[in-house]
Structures are given as structure tokens and as C-alpha cells.
Design a binder for this molecule. Sequence first.
Ligand code: B12
Ligand code: SF4
Ligand code: SF4
Length: 390
Amino acid sequence: MGPETSPEAIDALRTALEDEARALGFAAIAVTRSDRVSRAGERLRAWVDDGQHGEMGWMADRLAWRSDPAALWPEARSVIMVADSYAPASDPMETLAARDRAAISVYAQGRDYHDIVKKRLKRLGRWLIERHGGRIKVFVDTAPVMEKPLAEAAGLGWQGKHTNLVSRDLGSWFFLGAIFTTLELAPDQPHEDRCGGCRRCLDICPTAAFPAPYQLDARRCISYLTIELKGPIPRPLRPLIGNRIYGCDDCLAVCPWNKFAHAAHAAYAPREGAAAPLLAELAALDDGAFRARFSGSPIKRVGRGRFLRNVMVAIGNSRMPALLPHVEAAVADSDPLVRGHAVWAASRLATPQRFHTLARTDPDPFVAEEWRLAAAELAREPIGSPSAEA
Ligand code: B12
Ligand code: SF4
Ligand code: SF4
């Protein structure tokens, strides 16, 4: 016997599904069909064609599936989108003023959301199958699926000018997850855009990463630069990153709709010392200590090299000569990515005299070029200026 498809049965299923999702701790749930993301595919193609995805080659791969969720699994009749709240207890932007500390984006201060959302989505999916049959596939940023346009079509919220999903009931501190199912569920109506004349998120962005409202050039976004980018951070962008060493929350933090944010799911509680660790402490992490400290955290994914690269940029931006010893140790690091960014940091903390005593010949072409550029920049700066702000 197949699932019941009378309008009453479909409505009852929808209500029961919502109750179950809430019991599992999801803040909201909404349903759409996989063919309802009309313009997203075309806009994604334009974004990729323009190179705004930077080095995220996986965004360009399997573009046909990503731009058309219906093609990903043609048997799917409905898509259930969930929102999982990770709202912070205090304003994350407060840490930006603490120059000797690292700002880690809220989503990365606790356990990896992929694991937390997926585990509960699978439970919700099993519940659905046990009671109503059908087949499911569960996605949390784990497949070529555009989750935001699907969530918007389902009415979980709208894509704000910062491009993330915002909701009148939840603000924007929530993750998304998707269950594709062969079951026929009643779709919800899309949500109206409530950004109005507001442009707080656009104006706060430290790197001017929005070429226009609703469009993000990932190549300038600190989240991309500190997490996705594997190589050196472009020199002109380094001073704009401040002390943000893993992701960035500024455009979310200023959104007025966040006054409606729900308390975070308990599983996202920040780890001890994760909110604003000392840069000096992070600079001292060797590979074993890095892995031990960030086991189970999304931060582990970037590896020690990229992480220390980011820490060096933040130390350079601190303009605190007291942090120079940590940079001096890092100019001899075994990883050229770390050495190169340590050279940049040294040039911002040391006096020209001190910098020249550190200078060395490096066999790596990138690091050698950093020494050359830093020396050239220091030669142009008035004497004493690097430590003047300390
Ligand atoms: C790639 C990616 C990134 C990239 C690119 C971000 C981006 N905006 O695309 C980088 C690394 C920069 C990034 C950063 C972050 N990310 Co991210 N990321 C993704 C990922 C994997 C794909 C997103 C995507 O498809 N981008 C491609 C672009 C083209 O898509 P788009 O943003 O939907 O583009 C739309 C608009 O540009 C619009 N548009 C274009 N032109 C025009 C013109 C007009 C007039 C209009 C109205 C609209 C419009 O249409 C496009 C199509 O819908 C998703 C997970 C997933 N699988 O979906 C998570 C995801 C979007 N990220 C998420 C999060 C939490 C973040 C960060 C907050 C993390 C952090 N604290 O550092 C930041 C936020 C930065 C920001 N302002 O977006 C969450 C967002 C949850 C939510 N509430 O929306 C997601 C959904 C992951 C998840 N499962 O929860 N991310
Ligand atoms: S996450 Fe930060 S850098 Fe990226 S768009 Fe938002 S404010 Fe700009
Ligand atoms: S800050 Fe303003 S413009 Fe940006 S998403 Fe929120 S409401 Fe929209």
C-alpha cells in the first residue's frame, strides 16, 4: 500500500512532521518542491562565470546539479528544509576590539554543525519513513545543493542583502539542512523580502565584499579568505581582516532581525576558551596541539598551516610589539605558508632595525617574495611607525 495522498492526510503528515522536528530541537521547518528555485541556477552560473567563487572549484564542479535540485534526484517529490539555531549569547563583534585576542566566528566556536544537524536530520528522516514510507536523502552542505534558495522557496525566510537566509522569527543565526523525499508533502509559501531600505550588512563589511545588494564576491569575504582559501591571503586584504582568524560574523551580527533570534540548540555551546583565545597561545600550537585542541570542531578542517597563517595576519594587525617573539619564532616555521605571513606580521610589529636583524634567505619563492616586499614597504615607511600605535 502506498502513502495516503488525500489533502487531509497530507496536512496531517505536515503537522506531525513539524512537531517531530521541533522535538528534535530544530527551530523551524518548511517544505518546498525541488523545482521551485527559479532564478537561483542562472544566478549561480553568472557568479561562477565571473570567477566570484575564487578557488572553490567544487562550486563550479557539478554545476548542473547545484543549479537544478530537481535534476539531483528526479524521483524526489518534496524537499523539507530545517533551520537549526546557533544564536550567540552575546554580541560577537565585541571581540573585534581586543587586539591581543582572536575572533572566531560563532558557528565555529563549538562542535561541527555538519555532524550535529545531520545526525538529527537522519532521525527525522527515519521517523518519516517508518510512519509514511517513501525514500529520503539527507543533505547538510554535503552535496551540490543550493540550500538558501530552497529554504527561501520553502518560506523559512528570505535571502537578505548579505545573501544568507533571514527570518522574521529567527533572525539569521541558523544553519540549514535538507531532506529530499519521494513523499508528496504540501509545499509552504515563500516568504516576502523584509530588508526594505536597510543596508547595515552591506555597510559593515570590512572588506567591501558585496558588489551590490544580494550579491557576494566570495574572493573578498573574510570567511572565504580564512577558511576556504588554501594559499596566501592577498596582501591588500590582510590589513582589513583585523583579528578575525576563522570566518566572520559582521554582516549577520548587525542584522536588526536578530532581535528575534531563538536560543541556540544546546549542542552548539561554545567550547571553553573558544570565544576569544589569546593570539599568543594560538601562535604556539604545533601540529599535535592544533589537532588536539580542535578535534570535533570545524576549525580542524583547515589544518594547522592555514590556521597559523590566519593567526599571523591577526598578530600583524594587532600592532602590538609585545607579540613580536611569537612572530620571530614563526619566521622559522616548517610550513612556508606560515613563514610568509609571519614575515608580513614582523614587518608590521618590528622597527626597521629589528626587522633587518630577522631577515634571512628563504628557499621558498613565496616566502622570499614576502621578505622582499616587506623590506621594500618598510623602507618607504617613516622610521618608528610600526610600533607607534602600540
Ligand atoms: C559557498 C558557501 C560560502 C562561501 C560563499 C558565500 C555565498 N554567499 O555564497 C563563503 C565561504 C564566503 C561562505 C561564507 C559564509 N557562510 Co556559507 N556556504 C556556502 C555554501 C556551501 C554554498 C552557497 C552558494 O550556493 N553560493 C553561491 C551563490 C551564488 O549563491 P547565493 O548566495 O544563494 O546567491 C544568490 C544571491 O546572490 C542572489 N542574487 C544574485 N544576484 C541577485 C540580484 C538580485 C536583484 C537579487 C534579489 C538576488 C540576487 O541569487 C543567488 C542565487 O540564489 C552553503 C551551503 C549550501 N550547500 O548551500 C553555505 C551556507 C550558505 N553558509 C552558511 C554560513 C553560516 C556562512 C557564514 C555565516 C559563516 C561564517 N560565519 O563565516 C559566512 C557568511 C558570508 C555571507 N555573507 O554569505 C550557511 C548559511 C545559513 C543561512 N542562514 O543562510 C549555509 C547555508 C551552510 C548551512 N548549511 O547552514 N559560505
Ligand atoms: S562574512 Fe564578513 S567579510 Fe564576509 S561578507 Fe559578511 S561582513 Fe563581509
Ligand atoms: S542587515 Fe538589513 S539589509 Fe542586511 S539582511 Fe538584515 S535586514 Fe536585510
